[in-house]
Design a protein around this ligand. Structure first.
Ligand SMILES: NC(=O)c1ccc[n+]([C@@H]2O[C@H](COP(=O)([O-])OP(=O)(O)OC[C@H]3O[C@@H](n4cnc5c(N)ncnc54)[C@H](O)[C@@H]3O)[C@@H](O)[C@H]2O)c1
Ligand SMILES: [Zn+2]
Ligand SMILES: [Zn+2]
Length: 442
């Protein structure tokens, strides 16, 4: 899949951008530790050049906190196209400003900042509306343009399908257009909270706002990883009367019940999820949100079709959402999908008047000021979802264990040699190999 997509992308040529993805190393030839992709289930720690200012709008960060995301698992499984061996991964990170390009006036050396997972130009019509993930001018993938009719913004560490920018699962990272893609963090907010403004807080909040959760709504959430867990809390914050989470990982189901007080459905126990929801909520859900993952088909039919490349993505969750939601209700997709799916229940969608909303990659800049305020005031404390802390060197083991959802893992804080001592009330440093052996993988 990678070879074909890379060939096709080469043939289509690059779409125009205002930023370059390549970075310059430093004159002294210094190197850093970084996590790079080499193939399906093959990620390695490498020595890469420390980035220098390459374009005058750049900011270079010393990374003080980074993490792994469910979206990285799609890369790990080789399900996102245009990956190239040696690509540095990681789209969620924060740090201390190390170097600043000559055009950057609002960010100073030594400042603590968090980056958005997307690289916005700050000037196009989407950026002017703070729809940073939709920026028109930072993603060079002509292939994405051809497949989708348009292209998203460039993203850090997420294949050449999103621009080929090196990511932040590393000791240093280059942030193009640093004047718009970095949010300064006040001293009162520790890294263990601020880091999550890069993705999971804006993403889960965007899903809840964009699908339109209203007071009194009964909300179903498919997938109880970090995004689903945070979306459940935001739905309650918006006044949902009931939230029902669906997953199969025992630790994640328990986590949702105990930490957020929501109801849960284990889809290995209730294999007919829609029937179970109809028992619990006879009229149907008001709102359903897909926070799951397209690389784990449940039925034999989809497993076979996916293996044979007759489809790239799976429609099971969307079909469950559409059939479990009341007539004229809303269903949203915040989970990442990449290509095409079979057996989509278009009839139920149309006949029931369901509003099916693709939320897109979340526009982080639209929400991060509001969310920083919530974090600073204590209205929303993201550390509830942080279960582990590990060192950067553990990344290869972390990918394997996060993929298998070992040891009750939800979100992980990954420290580097530049990190501050851990904040009170957050997990202590651990080794992935000590997390336990219970495996919940598909
Ligand atoms: N749109 C965005 O901006 C954005 C940003 C970040 C993450 N994401 C996506 O959100 C999704 C969730 O991210 P995460 O970090 O929580 O991922 P995760 O992989 O940690 O969690 C996904 C959960 O979904 C569950 N699941 C799988 N199949 C399911 C099914 N059929 N029904 C119900 N549950 C199922 C898994 O058991 C798992 O617990 C991923 O698809 C990720 O790519 C989107
Ligand atoms: Zn992410
Ligand atoms: Zn833009």
């Amino acid at each position: 899949m990678q070879a074909i997509s890379n060939k096709l992308a080469e043939r289509l040529g690059d779409a125009p951008t205002v930023v370059s993805a390549e970075y310059k190393g430093r004159e002294d030839g210094s190197t850093m530790k970084a996590l790079a992709w080499f193939g399906a289930s093959d990620v390695r720690l490498i020595d890469a050049p420390v980035p220098d200012i390459t374009e005058p709008d750049d900011v270079i960060l010393k990374v003080t906190g980074t993490t792994i995301c469910g979206s990285d698992l799609h890369l790990y499984h080789g399900e996102i196209i245009q990956l190239q061996k040696g690509d540095i991964l990681g789209h969620e990170f924060m740090g201390i400003v190390d170097r600043v390009g000559s055009n950057v006036k609002n960010i100073k050396q030594g400042q603590r900042v968090v980056a958005s997972f997307q690289i916005a130009c700050g000037e196009c019509s989407y950026c002017k509306q703070k729809l940073s993930s939709m920026c028109d001018r930072t993603n060079s993938s002509g292939l994405q343009n051809a497949m989708y009719g348009h292209r998203d913004a460039g993203f850090f560490g997420y294949s050449h399908f999103t621009g080929g920018f090196p990511g932040g699962q590393a000791e240093y990272v280059r942030v193009p257009k640093g004047n718009v893609n970095l949010l300064p963090i006040p001293d009162s907010v520790p890294d263990e909270k601020a880091l999550f403004l890069s993705d999971i807080l804006p993403t889960s909040y965007h899903a809840v706002v964009d699908v339109g959760v209203k007071p009194g709504d009964v909300v179903g959430i498919w997938g109880l990883g970090p995004i689903g867990q945070c979306a459940a809390r935001f739905a309650l914050m918006k006044g949902a009367s009931r939230v029902i989470g669906i997953d199969k990982v025992p630790a994640r189901l328990l986590f949702a019940r105990e930490k957020s007080g929501i109801e849960t459905i284990d889809f290995t126990e209730h294999t007919d999820v829609v029937k179970r929801i109809q028992e619990l909520v006879p009229g149907g859900l008001d709102v359903a949100i897909d926070c799951g993952t397209f690389h784990e088909p449940k039925s034999l039919l989809h497993k076979v079709e996916k293996t044979l490349m007759l489809e790239t993505d799976v429609s099971e969750t969307v079909n469950e959402m559409i059939t479990a939601t009341r007539k004229m209700g809303s269903c949203g997709i915040i989970a990442a999908y990449a290509g095409y799916t079979n057996h989509f229940n278009i009839g139920a969608l149309m006949e029931k008047g369901i509003r099916l909303i693709g939320h897109g990659q979340a526009p982080v800049h639209k929400y991060w000021h509001e969310l920083l305020e919530m974090v600073e005031s204590g209205k929303f404390d993201p550390t509830f979802v942080v279960t582990h802390r590990v060192a950067l060197e553990e990344f290869p083991a972390l990918y394997a264990s996060f993929d298998k959802r070992l040891g009750g893992v939800e979100k992980v804080f990954v420290e580097t040699k530049f990190s501050a001592p851990k904040a009170a009330g957050t997990p202590s440093l651990s080794r992935v190999e000590d997390w336990g052996t219970e495996i919940y993988a598909v």
